[in-house]
Design a protein. Structure first.
Length: 535
């Protein structure tokens, strides 16, 4: 009702629209570079806001933020190296689909889902920011701790590989998250006496070490040669109605999850994307395709991480509490303009606030239009021969690590992590489990410590509070389901006599994989000798 009657024509002024376009272009480029992402994009833009009007400066930052979240999926899909932590989940199915010869389709799904998620987050920000904030205010440190644990537990329930190896990966990620000086006690943990580790393992170092260097080692080993991929697939990111309908459910699920998690300070897009990935797999009619190029596995995380962008502004605007590093930079822009975010902002700067809320919807539209134009150019990077692509990606990866702190120590640390991960991948340990545990480790430790301090060490606090008790019940049901599914899997007959023998080949083959097709390129791809033997 407050929006009705307000003059929002300032949102459509030339300087505002130009700022949205410039911010979107910068966010797409920076987000696509491995190891950079939204924070770097916002830091690059922030100095410009000193000379801009408040509405122009805030929308410039929001456009860069929104586009960078989508831009992170570009390198994740094209070369298998996530540009941001939120794009790690997208890599699970985006990269396999691109390797099958459908990079344009994968990026088109990512773009469409990101746009829908961004619009959903913007609408939530516009219409229900105050009610959602009231719900989030009911959460204490106990609820935040249980939500983080529930995220790790959800990851173990959806895995199709060894759950023991998944838990080992999770424990390793939690241990890495504790590296550095303990703020509460001042004790150095896992630093080995190196002062460079006093602040912990930086996120950029971890992402480059986990994904960039292992992938480069794989290229050198000729496991993935971009020049030899099937290039018959279209590079267009345009999705027809059939493609949109295919990802409708997972996009909706990701939008809802991202809209809710974005309101909770400290959770972020990386956590939301993994929650959405797990939920999309649980609700999918073809969960066996996840990890092999499933469209739903791309749409869910991408919708979630872009929905987070909008709703993460809710606590900033209504409470003056930034929920992430990106929001902290945007809050800095408010302060530069002499504006204090908080409960009184809606009354003291009504036109500015609603101008920002409406303008945020325009940033999602700008991301879609510019992404649609630029996606074919990004997709064609798959045609670059390995002997050219490897040095370029290596240089960008080293630059991404070095640019954050100007320390060669961190470059060598990322390289060491890459070597270890490259070896562990041979034994099917879970990189996704490690990443999620690394991201949630700080949230888990901080909130558990605070909860036990407030309750004098009593664990009853986890069942005495309504929301906490509800989360405990949900986790108990998840554990029961995990045990039940494990027992059921052991009792199943061998695969040849089970369901897989009765399924059609189209369900068993991942999208774009025609090797099981009864007719088509699967038979044509045989060499002459094999055709003779078949004859």
């Amino acid at each position: 009702m407050d929006l009705i009657g307000l003059d929002i024509s300032a949102v459509f002024a030339f300087d505002v629209l130009l700022a949205i376009i410039i911010g979107t272009l910068l966010g797409l480029v920076v987000g696509a570079l491995p190891g950079l992402g939204a924070v770097v994009a916002l830091v690059l833009v922030l100095p410009i806001t000193y000379v801009l009007d408040p509405l122009v400066s805030i929308l410039l930052l929001l456009a860069a933020y929104q586009a960078a979240e989508y831009g992170g999926s570009i390198s994740s899909i094209v070369i298998g190296i996530p540009g941001t932590a939120a794009a790690v989940a997208t890599r699970e199915d985006g990269f396999p689909m691109a390797k099958k010869g459908f990079p344009g389709k994968a990026m088109g799904i990512s773009l469409a889902a990101s746009t829908v998620g961004g619009l959903a987050g913007g609408l939530v920000l516009l219409f229900v920011s105050k009610p959602i904030t009231e719900v989030a205010l009911q959460f204490s440190s106990a609820e935040f701790f249980l939500i983080a644990i529930m995220g790790l537990l959800a990851l173990t329930t959806i895995t199709s590989k060894s759950r023991i190896k998944m838990w080992i990966s999770i424990v390793a990620g939690l241990m890495v998250s504790t590296v550095g000086i303990d703020i509460a006690t001042g004790v150095a943990r896992y630093t080995g006496g190196a002062p460079e580790l006093s602040a912990g393992v930086p996120l950029v170092v971890a992402m480059i070490g986990l994904f960039a260097f292992p992938e480069l080692f794989g290229m050198v080993e000729n496991k993935f040669r971009p020049g030899d991929l099937d290039q018959k697939g279209s590079f267009s990111a345009w999705l027809r109605f059939k493609g949109m309908r295919e990802i409708g459910k997972s996009t909706a699920v990701g939008s809802v999850i991202g809209s809710f998690i974005g309101v909770i300070p400290g959770m972020g897009a990386g956590v939301a994307s993994w929650f959405a990935y797990g939920a999309s797999r649980k609700l999918s009619k073809k969960p066996q395709l996840f990890g092999k190029g499933s469209p739903e596995g791309i749409a869910g995380p991408e919708a979630a991480n872009n929905a987070v962008v909008g709703t993460s502004m809710v606590p900033l605007l209504t409470l003056g509490v930034p929920g992430s590093a990106s929001n902290a930079i945007i809050m800095g822009a408010f302060i530069i303009q002499g504006i204090e975010p908080g409960p009184t902002l809606f009354e003291s700067n009504t036109d500015l606030v609603y101008g920002i809320l409406v303008g945020f919807l325009l940033t999602s539209i700008a991301t879609y239009l510019l992404g649609l134009i630029l996606t074919p150019a990004f997709s064609r990077a798959l045609k670059v021969p390995a002997h050219i692509l490897v040095p370029v990606v290596l240089l960008l990866s080293i630059l991404g690590v070095y640019a954050t702190s100007a320390l060669m120590f961190e470059v060598w640390m990322a390289l060491a992590i890459g070597v270890i991960v490259f070896v562990l991948n041979r034994f099917d340990f879970s990189t996704s489990g490690f990443v999620l545990a690394y991201l949630l480790g700080g949230v888990i430790e901080e909130n558990l410590r605070r909860t036990l301090q407030l309750s004098d060490g009593s664990l009853l606090v986890f069942v005495s509070r309504p929301w906490a008790c509800a989360f405990v019940v949900i986790m108990a049901l998840m554990l029961a389901w995990t045990v039940y599914s494990s027992i059921s899997r052991r009792r199943k007959p061998p695969a040849l006599s089970g369901d897989s023998a009765a399924r059609p080949a189209s369900e068993l083959a991942p999208p774009g994989d025609d090797t099981l097709s009864p007719s088509g390129t699967g038979a044509q791809s045989q060499d002459p000798d094999s055709r003779k033997r078949s004859s």
